[in-house]
Design a protein around this ligand. Structure first.
Ligand SMILES: *Cc1c(COP(=O)(O)O)cnc(C)c1O
Length: 410
């Protein structure tokens, strides 16, 4: 039996069926390339949902990872360590916020934000005990804990995982008037993604974030943005909130913060929001460990040193223009910001899954979301030639699926 078949059989036999992987077994990665067990090379147009924004096996990340692992990895936050302070200082500097609480996965940082918002409501805003509300947007994706899936609008994420945590209210994404109506005296925070990733790279109407900022200021409500996927250069800005020239009160980061090698996340915020945490009120065994802090700090430095924000902006605009030039009845909508593009297919012509399988056969790795959207989100370090090659393959797949009508016979 070959290595590929063996790997699939073992995973199917021993792993829970909570994913439906495409039929490829990956064994190695370098930059924007991935290789399968047969040695076949693919261009990564997915980058692990932004976790691999720096590309795979970035040499500077690997050097810091190895050096710090030898020095000190996980001593516990029962003690100070020499890596955490410098990391969080850099994180606050790039985000323009005051302080941070380090965690590991994105969902944990979202949970941290929820705790911060509730405590802030009780201790600063003086909301009555256990009455605090958080307003979210339908179509959201904030992770997989029971509290978080409880305010998801996606049946797949929720079904039979209840009972759910109360205290959340959901309004349509991008609808300012609905948001305004949902806010009451007990509202602690608005928690939204500035661009909805898992929903299919849904970009809100112009002015929506600015409007949310205005509402929050007027009503004494925290604006908390989940930039786990959109942050750190993905949209062609350090943070998606910069496109609207606002600043949130709380910011949730993850994915790319781990430089493609570790789960590193953080809740970053205004001083008075972070100050609601007192010793013993929240924690994580691994959060803020020196290995994660050293890697996170290097991940930020690389984004700056290699101009990844500008690359995302310029290559993203190039990719969007190329995709929009494809004339095909299979394509319903193409949307995106920076190197983060969702192509919505007409389900009567092709499922997004089929498109991803065809792309795979041509050496391009992508991932469908919600049945109809193909996500194109390569590592931000991708070479322009590789991006163009992957887009050529995409155009070829679209042409195969929806051959343009032959010119009428003369
Ligand atoms: C991926 C994601 C999360 C959850 O991150 P995990 O590391 O998988 O827990 C939260 N919010 C957004 C916007 C995400 O894209």
């Amino acid at each position: 039996m070959d290595a590929m078949t063996q790997a699939v059989i073992l995973e199917e036999r021993y792993c829970a069926r909570n994913y439906a992987p495409l039929p490829v077994v990956l064994a190695r990665g370098q930059g924007a390339y991935l290789w399968d067990t047969q040695g076949r090379r693919y261009v990564d147009m997915m980058s692990a949902y932004s976790a691999a924004s720096h590309g795979h096996a970035h040499p500077r990340i690997l050097a810091v990872l190895a050096a710090q692992a030898r020095r000190l990895a996980v001593p516990s936050r029962a003690y100070y360590n020499d890596q955490l302070g410098p990391f969080l200082k850099d994180l606050c500097t790039v985000s323009g916020l005051d302080a941070a609480l380090p965690m590991n996965t994105g969902a944990e940082a979202v949970e941290t934000a929820i705790k911060a918002a509730r405590r802030w409501a009780y201790r600063v805003k003086r909301v009555a005990r256990d009455q605090a509300e958080i307003v979210v947007a339908s179509g959201n994706f904030h992770g997989r804990t029971t509290t978080i899936v409880g305010f998801s609008s996606e049946a797949d994420y929720r079904d039979d995982f209840g009972p759910f945590t109360p205290g959340f209210r959901s309004v349509p994404f991008g609808d300012l008037a609905a948001m305004e109506r949902a806010i009451g005296p007990n509202t602690a925070a608005i928690l939204v993604e500035p661009v909805q990733g898992e929903a299919g790279i849904v970009v809100p109407p112009r002015g929506w974030l600015t409007g949310l900022r205005r509402i929050c200021d007027a009503r004494g409500v925290l604006l908390i943005l989940d930039e786990v996927q959109s942050g750190l250069g993905r949209t062609g800005a350090w943070f998606a909130f910069e496109h609207d020239d606002i600043r949130p009160d709380g910011l949730i980061l993850g994915k790319a913060l781990g430089g493609g090698v570790l789960p590193v996340s953080a809740f970053v915020g205004r001083r008075d929001v972070m100050d609601v945490f007192t010793p013993g009120s929240h924690g994580s065994t691994f959060g803020g460990n020196p290995l994660a802090a050293a890697v996170g700090r290097e991940a930020l430095a690389i984004i700056r040193d290699e101009g990844l924000v500008e690359r995302s902006r310029d290559l993203g605009a190039h990719a969007l223009a190329r995709l929009r030039a494809i004339d095909s009845p299979a394509l319903k909508e193409i949307r995106g910001r920076g190197l983060w593009i969702g192509v919505e297919f007409d389900p009567r012509v092709a499922s997004a899954r089929l498109v991803c399988e065809r792309l795979l056969a041509r050496g391009v790795l992508s991932k469908e979301t919600h049945g109809t959207v193909v996500r194109l989100a390569p590592p931000l370090i991708i070479a322009r030639d590789d991006l163009d090659w992957a887009l050529d393959q995409f155009a070829a797949v679209v042409a195969e699926l929806s051959p343009r009508r032959r010119p009428a016979a003369a």
